[in-house]
Design a binder for this molecule. Structure first.
Ligand SMILES: [Zn+2]
Length: 420
């Protein structure tokens, strides 16, 4: 036996095994995590920074430690476990979140986190070290319970707004109090900030939270980006007058003018292949016997292509001008593309497993989106039954959950080879 072969035998004491998912452990871990905050009606109530959330995190930390990971908690309460690699390279991050909305479901976040754990368990059981270290990240308070969402990943990427600490959390108490109760120092939140380049990539698995996969009967969606969000405040003006005495041909009714505009917005979504919503609409003075003198509404548009959103904005401006309405952009969140190499790794994984894929944008934000500030990132989805989430009805079949975990493992292996 030469020295090289001996060294190889030390690293892989028996034979070098192919990492294989431990299906039983994966399913058991999912079930164990579900018990934290499980209600009699099947809802899971595990709000970020609550006692039960922290207890679930401690359980997960123990599982990570058992797999030989070095685990730490950062200043925002994110849990990070490192599985060492063979080379001196930045880590590939995997994971999601284990908090839920109040009385939510068992799959949102939890599935991705438990599947990420299963990926490392497969490597550990096969005695395989990849070139890159693997970082298991359980983000803190992803759901919008702390006066906004993705709290942990915002802190990690340095975009957490410290003014949030004094805002009211979901239960009316200041965010600061929740952090303190969880044993954290609120003022130190941004100590969680990490430098660009510390991670080689971040890949998340999540339930779809929509029904596109189900409607086309496909098991995996590869996300090409997170949609940008624009919001425009529009005020349409008329003249208030008596609803009984003013003849119909002498009225200037703001609501009647606004009505066709609603349909115009709807038609634009077809023309430009975006989604748009008017979900905020107020009529003034709002009395049944007064002709509306003003309508305030907010048009929200979402799409993956900023140029398309710009074009839609131009059309909206022209259409509102025709009504003599005011038009003001009030929110602009740019779209975030996912990384091409990570998408490639996901395609490779799905091809190997014989799973057909759908490429689609994510209409919701996730921790992966924030991570684009630190490293290349990607995310993939498994189906949500009837597109339901944030509810006790949230459901993904065991087969779909398993597909997700298998793709996760294969994608991490592919990514380890593809990345520098
Ligand atoms: Zn989630």
């Amino acid at each position: 036996m030469n020295i090289g072969a001996f060294a190889l035998q030390l690293r892989y004491p028996f034979t070098m095994l192919t990492p294989t998912l431990n299906v039983t452990a994966f399913q058991q871990d999912f079930e164990t995590l579900r018990q934290f905050g499980l209600q009699a009606d099947g809802a899971v109530h595990r709000v970020g920074y609550s006692d039960v959330d922290m207890a679930a995190r401690r359980w997960l930390t123990t599982r990570m430690t058992d797999l030989g990971l070095a685990v730490r908690q950062d200043a925002a309460g994110n849990t990070i476990g490192v599985y060492a690699g063979q080379e001196d390279l930045p880590a590939i991050g995997i994971g999601s979140h284990t908090d839920t909305v109040p009385y939510g479901g068992a799959f949102d976040g939890a599935l991705g986190m438990v599947a990420a754990l299963a990926v490392v368990e497969a490597l550990h059981a096969a005695n395989v070290r990849l070139r890159h270290p693997i970082e298991l990240i359980n983000f803190a308070a992803e759901e919008a319970t702390m006066a906004g969402g993705t709290t942990g990943s915002q802190a990690m990427t340095g975009i957490f707004n410290m003014a949030t600490l004094d805002k009211k959390a979901w239960d009316g108490k200041p965010v600061r109090e929740h952090l303190t109760a969880a044993g954290l120092a609120p003022e130190a939140m941004l100590d969680a900030k990490r430098a660009k380049g510390e991670l080689a990539a971040f890949l998340e698995l999540h339930i779809e939270q929509s029904d596109r996969l189900e409607s086309v009967q496909l098991p995996i969606a590869i996300v090409d980006g997170f949609v940008g969000i624009r919001r425009y405040a529009v005020s349409v003006y008329g003249v208030a007058n008596h609803a009984g005495t003013t003849p119909m041909d002498r009225r200037d009714d703001a609501l009647v003018k606004a009505a066709p505009f609603i349909n115009t917005v709807r038609e634009l979504t077809d023309e430009f292949a975006i989604v748009a919503t008017i979900g905020d609409f107020t009529v003034y003075p709002g009395a049944p016997n007064v002709i509306p003198e003003r309508v305030d509404l907010i048009v929200e548009t979402r799409g993956l292509d900023a140029n398309v959103l710009d074009q839609v904005a131009e059309v909206l401006q022209i259409e509102t001008a025709k009504l003599g309405a005011s038009f003001e952009a009030v929110v602009e969140k740019p779209p975030v593309q996912t990384d091409a190499v990570i998408q490639q790794a996901l395609h490779t994984a799905c091809k190997k497993l014989g799973l057909a894929t759908l490429t689609m944008p994510s209409g919701a934000g996730h921790d992966a989106m924030n991570m684009s500030r630190l490293c290349p990132q990607g995310i993939f989805f498994v189906p949500s039954k009837a597109g339901i989430s944030h509810s006790k009805e949230e459901y993904t079949t065991p087969a779909d959950c398993l597909n997700g975990a298998q793709v996760y493992l294969e994608a991490v292996l592919a990514l380890d080879a593809l990345l520098d």
